[in-house]
Design a protein around this ligand. Structure first.
Ligand code: AMP
Length: 215
């Protein structure tokens, strides 16, 4: 099973892809998570990606396609993958097609999660991530028991630099310009495209996605 989760930053792709990966027993492949880890480690990829990420811009397609090529060839993705945050441009989607053909695999579906921009801005500027374990909280909707401290591991919670409000608004513009056209791209192909309302409790969004997938 190879599934793409599409949607603006902050619609809940990360949360849903983790849940779906667990339920469907396939890998979660989140390019943003992989890139942030590369930046933390100071790897060559991290060095090349960092300035784009901090500005809320897209990392160049070639870097992302190299990364995805490696992931699709790895044993973790052998049984399938939920792609979260990839593809984000038409050239990436075309590159994905070529990679899937090369590995003799195909796309099973595209899930589009929709949420209004103002809801996204509020959600994202409230988001706090644990430095140590990566757990995600939200000061508005899912606050930690103690401010600034991770409930799971006691690590320090921080706002991602690209979750600041101005950067979030810029990322929404980047989404509309570069990524939203992928909905039409996939609508024009035989792959099923399912749209779900992301402005609902997490379990309801997951239920809608599973229902659309016939699970
Ligand atoms: P995310 O966690 O998916 O919101 O990604 C965080 C940042 O990583 C984005 O704002 C981009 O700078 C970069 N990024 C993640 N995935 C991609 C991708 N598929 N193409 C280009 N840039 C990406």
């Amino acid at each position: 099973m190879i599934l793409i989760l599409l949607g603006a930053p902050g619609v809940g792709k990360g949360t849903q892809s983790s849940r779906l990966a667990e339920r469907l027993d396939v890998a979660k492949v989140a390019t943003g998570d992989i890139l942030r880890a590369a930046v933390r480690e100071g790897s060559e990829l991290g060095k090349q990606a960092r300035s784009f990420m901090e500005a809320g811009e897209l990392v160049p397609d070639e870097l992302i396609l190299d990364l995805i090529g490696e992931v699709l060839a790895s044993p973790e993705a052998a049984d399938g993958a939920i792609l979260d945050g990839f593809p984000r441009t038409v050239p990436q989607a075309e590159g994905l097609d070529a990679l899937l053909r090369k590995h003799d695999r195909s796309l099973d579906g595209v899930v589009v999660i929709e949420v209004a921009d103002e809801v996204i801005v509020r959600r994202m500027s409230g988001r706090r991530v644990c430095d140590a374990c990566g757990a995600v909280f939200n000061v508005h909707s899912d606050p930690p028991s103690e401010e600034g401290v991770c409930d799971r591991c006691g690590g320090a919670l921080r706002q991602r630099s690209d979750d600041a409000e101005d950067t979030v608004r810029h990322r929404l513009t980047v989404y509309r310009e570069n990524t939203a056209p992928l909905i039409e791209f996939y609508d024009a192909r035989p792959v099923p495209v399912h749209t779900v309302d992301g402005d609902q409790p997490i379990e309801a969004v997951e239920g809608d996605i599973l229902a659309n997938l016939g699970r």
